[in-house]
Ligand binder design. Structure first.
Ligand code: GLN
Length: 195
């Protein structure tokens, strides 16, 4: 309903995974997992309430994979110190909005990610008015960090990213969402594949 959802459809197309937009509660009946795209978390909170999606989304997240990207990460959090945002609490984290600076301070950094103990992969990491994870519970696993702050976290079947992998045609996080048990990754040109 908001944000750069079109690029996420493209990622799923490349992975051979069918994807549909979610706008009303019944759209959740036919899907196995959900991406909450980047956009604006205050607007997302308003739209989720006015489309009566709050309870259905919270129930969906209990037993399905959900990945939150940027504004979506904010929606995944337990605590957001901004009363205009009503997050779902899927990830045991506190998230500060816009903590990397304003739009003009947006940047693409190279960040090293560890998907398992013996694989390190450097990926483009585009931060756009990005949120910062300021606190997290013991169950949260950090996949990558930039300047000492986590930018990719996972807990059970929930993933949260401060950045936008879809802008750099990075598909691995969408792949992990549907196959968290993938252990080995190979790198082909600037793409990363689970094998
Ligand atoms: N700053 C936005 C927010 O607080 C997030 C920006 C983004 O999704 N790129 O919701």
């Amino acid at each position: 309903m908001q944000g750069d959802f079109a690029l996420h459809h493209r990622v799923f197309f490349r992975l051979g995974i069918e994807s549909v937009p979610v706008k009303v509660p019944s759209d959740l009946d036919s899907i196995d997992g959900l991406v909450i795209p980047g956009g604006e978390s205050t607007t997302l909170s308003l739209l989720i309430n006015s489309f009566e999606l709050r309870e259905p989304l919270i129930n969906f997240g209990k037993d399905h994979p959900v990945m939150g990207i940027c504004a979506g990460l904010i929606m995944m959090a337990k605590e957001v110190p901004d009363e205009r945002v009503q997050p779902f609490g899927f990830l045991n984290i506190t998230v500060d909005r816009n903590a990397y600076g304003r739009q003009i301070e947006s940047s693409t950094e190279m960040v090293k990610y560890h998907f398992n103990s013996n694989t390190e992969i450097e990926l483009a990491t585009t931060l756009i008015r990005a949120p910062k994870i300021s606190e997290m519970g013991d169950d949260i696993q950090v996949l990558g960090e930039f300047n000492g702050s986590p930018v990719a976290v996972i807990s059970g079947h929930h993933l949260g990213l401060s950045f936008h992998p879809e802008l750099d045609e990075i598909d691995i996080f969408h792949q992990i969402l549907f196959d968290p048990s993938s252990k080995y990754y190979t790198k082909k040109s600037n793409q990363v594949y689970a094998t």
